[in-house]
Design a protein around this ligand. Structure first.
Ligand code: ADP
Ligand code: MG
Length: 586
């Protein structure tokens, strides 16, 4: 995102704003001359256009009103451009973030991203609106005033303008360091917002483990860091502004000295002297504000640089060109095979492959059971199937088509995963369930609610399906959350449904009932149920699966049906024994 490119869509509005800015400055430029004329009239001299002091006063009033109107328009137009750019940047960054892969989010904290979306975007607006307007204004005021001053008297003009280049050079020299300090400050704000966000989200954990004090100490460190960065920045500002003001006062003194002499010597008259002073006054504020304007400008540039780092992040996982599954899967959508062929998964942060040599086949109406100890790679397998992690070509095929060739959204429409720890939005139960298909009918929603055994829970809520859940509503139990997430996945009508231990918090009996329902033909009974992969730590749930694979340390160590595994699978038998024991104890 380049600075100039941000303005491209709004160049007309910007030009109009510039026109208004030039207009208001033209009006303002005439005012000191009218004052000059007024003094001449008082001195009894003849002036062009005006005969009385009253007419000059009226002219001054009229000009002041016109200048105010033009000034207002210049601000409406140019600050408006800043607002438009703010909206554009926010939209573009938001859209960009939605394209990035999980690996990006693993490296960035939510708080840091939030600070990009709020304070950095604010800074960009201030830079593209306020700073740009004021920089242009300063240029116009000086370009307009300097020649007029010189036309009155070279010497006085030269002396009066002498301090201004100094002011500008100082402002320029300081702005580089300012930029650096602003960046430090912004980075510290990001850290701060990351810590605040984590502590708010994890407030309960902090409380339960009574780590308030430790967390307060850690927060104090980050807070202090932000404070020191703010002070370093403020130090530059507090030096900069008085310096500018001092130089302004210097100008007034020099003018009095040189200009006063010129009046005494009769080079200029008193009116001219007053006019010169009035013009210097007009220059003073733009010159003084230059420091502030430059700091707003560098803050915006620093924020834009931070934003560009986000925008330069490329998604690691990119889809292919194959369109929607219904075209991929030939005439009968119920006939396809999901094939894993020697699947290996290596993640950037892990030294050795998480999965290797995994092969299996599933088709519609069938269930592949996946069991194994924690950390075996079961969830990684489910993430590979929807390309949440990258897989090499030729290792995962659906209907003979490499999943790397599928458009990502086509693949994700095809495959739905219900994870064990699902994120639910702070919204109604209904909108959570219909997240993937907001157009689902009431009957369809009730049907999935029944399938996941939530009917009684929903009836128990005062507002039924409209009950708000999450941060601003009812807190669901672990089992309820899991079932809402499963309902969401089922309602998406995937051709392939993956349950990643997504009923671990539901009792064994209910879990088996739900899985049985999932295997039934859907709709009017003519559609084959989806191909299913059920990952479960409860072996009883996958007992009926067409095939069960036992994963251990990323590899399939045993495979077969439940009965086959009971006779020949050592690990499976051990796990089964453990489970029987648990059930007896439970
Ligand atoms: N994003 C990741 N980066 C690096 N290693 C990971 C990542 N996700 C999971 N792992 C590692 O991969 C292994 C398998 O994890 P996972 O698939 O979640 O196991 P399971 O679901 O069988 O318990 C674990 O050792 C885990 O630490
Ligand atoms: Mg897991």
């Amino acid at each position: 995102m380049r600075f100039s490119a941000l303005f491209r869509p709004y160049w007309r509005q910007l030009m109009l704003g510039l026109l208004a800015l030039i207009t208001t400055n033209l009006f303002a430029l005439i005012l000191p001359r009218l004052v000059n004329m007024g003094i001449s009239v008082i001195e009894g001299k003849k002036v062009p256009y005006f005969t009385s002091i009253t007419s000059i006063v009226l002219a001054i009033l009229a000009l002041a009103v016109l200048a105010a109107i033009a000034r207002t328009y210049s601000r409406i137009l140019m600050f408006g451009v800043g607002r438009e750019i703010e909206r554009d940047v926010r939209r573009d960054v938001f859209v960009h973030l939605s394209t990035l892969s999980p690996s990006f989010y693993e490296k960035r904290s939510v708080g840091d991203l939030m600070s990009h979306m709020t304070s950095d975007i604010n800074n960009i607006r201030m830079c593209t609106g306020f700073a740009v307007l004021n920089i242009l204004n300063i240029v116009i005021v000086f370009a307009g005033t300097a020649p007029v001053l010189f036309s009155i008297d070279h010497q006085v003009a030269f002396a009066a303008l002498l301090p201004f280049p100094l002011v500008m050079i100082t402002a320029q020299a300081l702005s580089g360091r300012m930029f650096q300090r602003v960046r430090e400050y912004q980075a510290s704000l990001s850290d701060l917002s990351a810590r605040i966000q984590e502590n708010l989200s994890g407030a309960q954990v902090v409380r339960v483990f009574h780590q308030e004090e430790a967390e307060n100490t850690r927060f104090a460190a980050v807070n202090d860091h932000a404070f020191r960065a703010a002070i370093r920045l403020a130090k530059m500002r507090v030096v900069m502004f008085p310096l500018m003001r001092m130089m302004g006062a210097l100008g007034v003194a020099v003018t009095l000295f040189v200009g006063g002499r010129a009046v005494v010597l009769g080079h200029i008259d008193l009116g001219d002297y007053v006019e010169i002073n009035a013009r210097l006054l007009q220059l003073a504020w733009p010159a003084i504000s230059l420091g502030f304007v430059m700091s707003v400008y560098s803050r915006g540039q620093a924020s834009l640089a931070r934003m560009n780092v986000l925008l330069e992040a490329r998604p690691e996982i990119v889809g292919g060109a194959l369109p929607a599954p219904k075209q991929v899967v030939r005439d009968s959508a119920d006939q396809f095979f999901v094939v894993a062929h020697n699947l290996s998964v290596q993640l950037p942060q892990s030294a050795k492959p998480i999965l290797y040599g995994v092969s299996f086949t599933v088709k519609p109406g069938e269930v592949l059971g996946v069991v194994g100890p924690t950390g075996a790679g079961k969830s990684t397998l489910t993430r590979a199937l929807c390309r949440e992690v990258n897989v090499a070509r030729g290792q995962l095929l659906i209907d003979g088509q490499d999943i790397c060739d599928w458009q990502l959204h086509a693949l994700r429409k095809f495959v739905a995963v219900a994870p064990s720890e699902a994120f639910l939005f702070s919204a109604s139960m209904r909108s959570n369930i219909t997240f993937a298909r907001p157009d689902a009918s009431q009957d369809e929603v009730m049907e999935v609610v029944r399938m996941v055994d939530l009917t009684r829970d929903v009836d128990g809520f005062a507002d039924g399906l409209e009950t708000m859940i999450g941060e601003r509503g009812v807190t669901l139990s672990g089992g309820q959350r899991q079932r809402v997430a499963l309902a969401r996945a089922i309602l998406a009508r995937p051709k392939m449904l993956i349950l990643d231990d997504c009923l671990s918090a539901v009792d064994a009996q209910t879990q088996s009932t739900i899985v049985e329902r999932l295997k039934q033909p859907v709709g009017d009974g003519t559609h084959t149920p989806p191909a299913m992969i059920i990952v479960s730590h409860r072996l009883s749930v996958v007992q009926e699966a067409n095939e069960i694979v036992v994963l251990d340390k990323g590899q399939i160590v045993e495979r077969g049906t439940h009965l086959e595994l009971l006779t020949k699978g050592a690990l499976y038998r051990a796990l089964w024994g453990l489970q029987l024991l648990e059930e007896e104890l439970g």
